[in-house]
Design a protein around this ligand. Structure first.
Ligand code: COA
Length: 329
């Protein structure tokens, strides 16, 4: 192992427009009570029609660079984790690279659904640890409202728009990433997917009329997967780092469903006061969830240098990722 890699700064962007459960009651056959009780979500943010994913990336990135005291020209690489890029190609990361003025950075997008930020951080941290790069920008960003079926109550109540970013770089020895795990279960690929628009089912009038370009989800199967994998992967990264749940100062779980988070808390036997939850305000912002949570916690003074920070996410693929960091800031 070469250099220790950790988070130097964070930033987030959340659209101003708030959509409440009461707004959704007017669109589909649902109720505020059902959504709050079954998911914990009260409202979510929706991007205005002029805003695309790269626009939110840019705002989150600028905030993260400022927080880190790093200039865009210093970046070696930009990774954007997203399932809702501006275009099929080129990558959203290239659009961000240009607008940011990151003249010396490579750029690519990464597809791991809601686990995307953890996947992106893993790549970034290992490129830094190897000595290849010094500063990498990792962004998780989604404009999920654009692929939402606003007639499907099973999905449209769950998601929101937003972006979060982290500047990853060298930190003091003993700080930064302590352990990581990435995983996948491709046999569950069709449990949460966008059926049309790719090479399997290119866009036709029929795919548009048939709602093929929207999110399709088997909620029960995803729920079961999440309930099983979250505590399991957390336990494994803790073991890898030689730590126990009692050593964890803060847990940042993916914000998909309050009941999934509660289940993980119960199985891990962690004090709920150490668990960051903002699902009530933003819903599930997929790859943006974790960096938005980290940004909020940092701004609210809830993260301190030396804290053991456990992060866990799961998503389409199916994928999961967890990581343990000794907070370096
Ligand atoms: N409002 C009212 N009723 C709704 C509803 C809504 N928004 N959405 C679903 N229902 C109904 C269903 O149609 C079903 O009715 P039926 O029994 O007449 O068929 C009933 O509620 C129960 O559905 P069920 O699927 O058992 O609900 P649930 O308690 O499992 O909650 C989810 C559904 C989607 C909230 C839950 O399964 C979930 O969170 N899954 C994981 C999703 C996830 O995390 N996705 C992102 C991964 S990154």
């Amino acid at each position: 192992m070469g250099f220790s890699a950790g988070i130097l700064g964070t930033g987030a962007c959340l659209p101003e427009k708030v959509m409440t459960n009461f707004d959704l009651e007017k669109l589909v056959d649902t109720s505020n009570e059902w959504i709050v009780e079954r998911t914990g979500i009260r409202e979510r943010r929706i991007a205005d029609p002029e805003t695309a994913t790269s626009d939110m990336c840019l705002k989150a990135a600028r905030a993260a660079l400022k927080d880190a005291g790093v200039k865009a020209e210093e970046l070696d690489l930009i990774i954007v984790a997203t399932a809702t890029p501006d275009y099929m190609f080129p990558s959203t990361a290239c659009i961000v690279q240009d607008k940011l003025g990151a003249a010396h950075a490579g750029a690519f997008d990464l597809a791991a659904g809601c686990s995307g930020f953890v996947y992106g951080f893993s790549v970034a941290s290992q490129m830094i640890a190897s000595g290849l790069y010094q500063k990498v920008l990792v962004i998780g960003a989604e404009t999920l409202s654009r692929i939402m079926d606003w007639t499907d109550r099973n999905t449209c109540v769950l998601f929101g728009d937003g972006a979060g970013a982290a500047v990853v770089g060298r930190v003091e020895d003993g700080y930064g990433v302590l352990a990581l795990e990435l995983g996948s279960k491709g046999s569950g690929a069709m449990e949460l997917y966008q059926p049309a628009g790719g090479s399997r089912r290119p866009a036709t009038h029929e795919t548009v009329d048939g709602h093929g370009h929207f999110i399709h989800m088997n909620g029960k199967e995803v729920y079961k997967f999440a309930a099983r994998i979250m505590p399991a992967t957390c336990k494994r990264v803790l073991a890898k780092a030689g730590l126990t749940i009692g050593d964890v100062d803060m847990l940042f779980p993916h914000q998909a469903n309050q009941r999934i988070i509660d289940n993980a808390v119960k199985h891990l036997k962690i004090d709920p006061a150490k668990v960051w939850v903002n699902i009530d305000k933003y819903g599930n912002t997929s790859a943006a969830c974790i960096p938005i949570c980290l940004t909020e916690a940092q701004r609210e003074g809830r993260l301190h240098k030396g804290d053991n920070v456990l992060v866990v996410a799961f998503g389409t693929g199916l994928t999961w990722g967890s990581m343990l960091l000794k907070w370096a800031k």
